[in-house]
Structures are given as structure tokens and as C-alpha cells.
Design a protein around this ligand. Structure first.
Ligand SMILES: Cc1cc2nc3c(=O)[nH]c(=O)nc-3n(C[C@H](O)[C@H](O)[C@H](O)COP(=O)(O)OP(=O)(O)OC[C@H]3O[C@@H](n4cnc5c(N)ncnc54)[C@H](O)[C@@H]3O)c2cc1C
Length: 486
């Protein structure tokens, strides 16, 4: 059921009937893990307990800062056998606040950050505490990259497991499409390596099914030749014709053009005229990873979209484009987002975006519309758990604000936006943009892949230890066999 009051944005952790952490468990973990075990009252507790999204200000009973796979196995076993709530944290950017909890254990993987790039195979293996800034930096040294998030401080772990969209998605596919293999600690503490050819069901489920199936301790990615790109934001007035111009540009654009459409407030940047500062605008965040010889054509296309009111568009190393917006979204802001998928933006849907674009409730709030066609469409809906392969755009929208007294206004604005847009959109929305009270969206988000996911969940996590996520309930799924089949 959806919560209606603006204040009821949180899944109530008290509904998790589990055992509190006791001293014996703390002693056991203290002696059994190599990483730090941090408790309330310890120096640094407040620094390590806080999640990126300040809306979820929780007080875990202890935080295990894993030093490696052995610590992950020990912590998973301890949480399961003591029936204690377990939150798993990669980069900590969960919009829904799933990587923290009250009274339970936070398994913090932020200390596991090694990366090994294999330039001859064009792959990279990265530990789950890495951010996109870490991975982009490591692979750029070899002129390689894979699709990742557009803010460098976002974690690779949660983003990959939910699907993963970014500037390279049209050219290289979603992040999960570039996952080659993964090491996973499952709910019974078993260490499993999965790939297309090994534990294929688990590997399938990890590519979009979120953190439901175990703790991933290593991600192996396919890389692509991407070195310097033409990138940056172009600003236009808030006008439906600009959106239509964007859609026209994208319909004909080569897949190397990753251009994200934004409804934003004009930033106080030197390349935006002062009269536009703080006023509702449209932005196109461009990343052209095609030949530099074609930069002029890309600039020309952006000029045709609408009257340009401000622009910062330069050749830059690929990692740089993913840091341009970091300063606008520092840790400690409050976030409540939702998401929809669309095949195209109809005039009616454009009208909704313009209405809400004109009433953005806080300077950090923005709507971002990610194109997910091109290479994303060359993966069949049943090939990965991330199923929506016939939609062209994934929109993420919602409040991002600083002052707790603005909670109600931002949450109410987001819910009203969602209510207006959802009937004009395709089914479901990107799980990584969903709010914590979107639990009733899980089934529809996974569509026809849901039941297979529920069966795999039952196989790898029958007790639902990994439940702090957009949770797929374990379910015994009967596979129908044809009577004439083998
Ligand atoms: C500023 C910002 C920018 C964003 N930009 C993009 C973007 O460009 N593209 C995009 O696709 N999404 C984007 N997102 C959404 C992003 O994909 C999600 O917030 C994602 O969950 C972040 O991953 P994380 O590891 O940082 O989060 P965490 O909070 O650490 O984890 C998120 C979820 O994954 C689980 N999890 C984390 N690590 C593991 C692991 N190793 N094994 C199993 N489960 C694990 C957690 O338990 C939790 O349920 C953005 C979010 C923010 C806040």
C-alpha cells in the first residue's frame, strides 16, 4: 500500500521483527573480522553511520567496515544466525536509504576499493566499495570505460545491481549489460562466482535485481575504447518546443551521443547569464564519445534544439564529465525521488514536465531523463533481470533539498508529479530511482521477470536476509514442463 501522508516516507524498520545486537555478537565480530567494528559511542561512529541521503538518519547497533571477503562471510553468517537486521552498503547513495538501518548491522564495503584493469581483455575487476570516480579513473589510464553513473561519488555496487544508466548507455548498454562475472557471498555464507556459464540464474538475477541475492564482493566489467569526449551542459528556456527538439535530435543521433534531458533551475555559473540564475530552465547534458571530427555537428544539433541561453561544452577526459555535477549533490542533502519509463514524451507528458519544471521546490531538485535506447535495446527483455528493453527513456524526478523543514513540501511535490506522469508513462520505473514507500511497485517494475526473480531469491536467500532493498519476496516457483519434453 502507498503511504499518503508526506511524513510517512520511510519503510518502518520496527516492522522487521528481529533480534537486537547483543554484547556476545559484538565480541564475536570484534575478534573474527579484520576490519573495524564501530559501535555507538565509539570515536567516528557518527561519521561512518551517516548515509549519503540525510533523510534516512539511522542508528545501527554496529558497523562492520569489511577488510575483505572473509569479513563479509563472517558478517553475513553472524547476522543470519543471530537473526539481526543487515544493511549492505557499497557507495551509500541509496535514494531509499536501504544501506543503513536502526539497531541492526551495517556491512560497510566502502573500505574494499581495489581495481584491476586487464587492457588486453578489455575488462576491469573492481571491489564493491568503489565509486564511479574510482573506476573511471582506473580505466581511463588505458583509454577505456564502461557505462556508469553521471555523478562520480555514486557507488558502482548499487548502481550496477539495479541496472545502471549513464552517458555511455546508448553506445555500450546499461552497466549491468557490461557485467562479465561477479563474486557473491550468498545468505548461507557461501562464496560463489557467477557468470553466463557459471551459476547462470544468479548471474541473470544480479543484472537488475538489486541487492536481493547476496553481497557482491567483486564486479568484473567489459570495457570499451572511450578516452576524451565532448561534454557539458547546454541551457534553454523552459519550453515544450525545446523538448520536442531534443526528441528529434535523439531519434536521429548516433549511439555515441549520450544526451540527458534535464528540468532544472538555472545555476549561478559564469556561462549562464545572470538573469537566468535560479529560473526554471531546460538543460541538455551532453556526452559525445564519437570522433572529435564530428564535434561541430553535435554543436550544430544542440543549436537547432532551441535558443541556447548558456553553454559549457568542451573536449574533456571521459571521467571529467562525470564530476561536473558532483558539487551540486554533496553528501548530507535530503532526497526523495521516483522514476518512470517512457517510449516517447507525448505532448501531454511534456506538459506535465513543464508544469513541475516550473515549480521545482528547491535549487538542487532536478528531473533527469536518461535515454536508454541504442545498445540497451539489443539485449532481449528476458536476457537480464532488467526487463524494460522497449522503452527509450528513464526519467528520475524528485526533491533534493537541505532543510528538514522542507521535507513535506518536497515529498508532496514529488508524489503529485508522479501521480500526474505515471498514467502517461510505460509500466514501472527504474528501481534505483524509487522511494522507500514504492514497495508496491516492485512487481510491476520487474514485469514478466518478477516470478523468475522470486524463484531465484528463494533458492539463494529463502529466509530473506537481504531485505533492505526493493525487496523481491522469496517464492517457490513451479516450472511447468511440457509432457512431450525431455
Ligand atoms: C547523486 C546521485 C546520482 C545518481 N546518478 C545515477 C546515474 O547516473 N545512473 C543511475 O543508474 N543511477 C544513478 N543514481 C541512483 C543509483 O544507481 C542508486 O542510488 C544506487 O543504489 C547507488 O549505489 P551505491 O552503491 O552508491 O548505494 P548503496 O546505498 O550502497 O546501495 C544501494 C543498494 O544496493 C545494495 N548494495 C550495495 N552494495 C552491495 C553489494 N556489494 N552487494 C549487494 N548489494 C549491495 C544496498 O544494500 C542497497 O539496497 C544516482 C543516485 C544519486 C544519489
Amino acid at each position: 500500500m502507498r503511504c499518503s501522508g508526506a511524513g510517512s516516507y520511510n519503510r518502518d524498520m520496527n516492522d522487521i521483527t528481529m533480534t537486537p545486537v547483543d554484547d556476545m555478537l559484538v565480541e564475536h565480530l570484534n575478534s573474527a573480522v579484520h576490519g573495524a567494528v564501530v559501535r555507538p559511542g565509539d570515536a567516528g561512529y557518527d561519521d561512518v553511520r551517516v548515509a549519503y541521503n540525510a533523510l534516512h538518519d539511522r542508528r545501527p547497533a554496529l558497523i562492520v567496515r569489511a577488510a575483505g571477503v572473509a569479513d563479509v562471510i563472517t558478517t553475513v553468517n553472524a547476522a543470519r544466525s543471530n537473526n539481526v537486521p543487515l544493511a549492505v552498503r557499497g557507495g551509500g547513495h541509496s535514494i531509499a536509504g536501504f544501506s543503513t538501518c536502526d539497531r541492526g548491522i551495517v556491512l560497510d564495503l566502502g573500505t574494499m576499493r581495489s581495481i584491476r584493469v586487464d587492457p588486453s581483455r578489455r575488462t576491469a575487476r573492481a571491489e564493491p566499495g568503489c565509486t564511479w570516480g574510482d573506476l573511471n579513473h582506473a580505466t581511463h589510464a588505458f583509454g577505456l570505460a564502461t557505462t556508469g553513473g553521471i555523478v562520480s561519488t555514486t557507488g558502482i555496487a548499487g548502481l550496477t545491481l539495479g541496472g545502471g544508466m549513464g552517458f555511455l548507455a546508448r553506445r555500450c548498454g546499461l552497466t549491468c549489460d557490461n557485467l562479465v562475472s561477479a563474486d557473491v557471498v550468498t545468505a548461507d555464507g557461501t562464496f560463489v562466482t557467477c557468470a553466463e556459464s557459471r551459476e547462470p540464474d544468479l548471474f541473470w538475477a544480479l543484472r537488475g535485481g538489486g541487492g536481493n541475492f547476496g553481497v557482491v564482493t567483486s564486479f568484473e566489467y567489459r570495457l570499451h575504447p572511450v578516452a576524451d569526449i565532448l561534454g557539458g551542459p547546454t541551457f534553454y528556456p523552459l519550453d515544450g518546443d525545446v523538448v520536442r527538439g531534443y526528441l528529434k535530435m535523439m531519434a536521429d543521433a548516433p549511439e555515441a551521443l549520450g544526451a540527458v534531458l534535464g528540468f532544472v533551475l538555472g545555476p549561478p555559473a559564469p556561462f549562464v547569464p545572470e538573469r537566468w540564475h535560479g529560473r526554471p530552465m531546460i538543460a541538455i547534458l551532453t556526452c559525445w564519445s564519437g570522433p572529435a571530427d564530428d564535434d561541430g555537428q553535435i554543436r550544430a544539433h544542440l543549436n537547432v534544439v532551441g535558443p541556447v541561453t548558456g553553454q559549457y561544452l568542451e573536449r574533456m577526459p571521459y571521467p571529467a564529465i562525470n564530476t561536473l555535477f558532483d558539487q551540486d549533490l554533496p553528501p548530507g542533502l535530503r532526497h526523495y525521488w521516483k522514476g518512470v519509463y517512457t517510449r516517447t514524451l507525448t505532448d501531454e507528458a511534456i506538459g506535465v514536465h513543464l508544469d513541475y519544471g516550473a515549480t521545482l521546490p528547491s535549487p538542487q531538485t532536478a528531473t533527469l531523463v536518461f535515454p536508454i535506447d541504442g545498445a540497451c535495446h539489443r539485449v532481449a527483455p528476458e536476457q537480464t533481470a532488467f526487463g524494460p528493453r522497449d522503452v527509450a527513456f528513464a526519467a528520475g524526478f524528485g526533491g533534493s533539498w537541505a532543510d528538514p523543514t522542507d521535507d513535506d513540501a518536497n515529498i508532496a511535490w514529488t508524489r503529485a508529479y508522479d501521480a500526474a506522469l505515471r498514467p502517461l508513462s510505460a509500466e514501472g520505473g527504474y528501481v534505483n530511482f524509487m522511494a522507500p514507500d514504492d514497495a508496491d511497485m516492485v512487481r510491476v517494475n520487474y514485469g514478466r521477470n518478477h516470478d523468475r526473480l522470486a524463484g531465484i531469491k528463494h533458492r539463494y536467500d529463502p529466509g530473506n536476509l537481504f531485505r533492505l532493498n526493493h525487496n523481491i519476496a522469496p517464492q517457490i516457483v513451479t516450472v511447468e514442463r511440457s509432457s512431450t519434453g525431455p
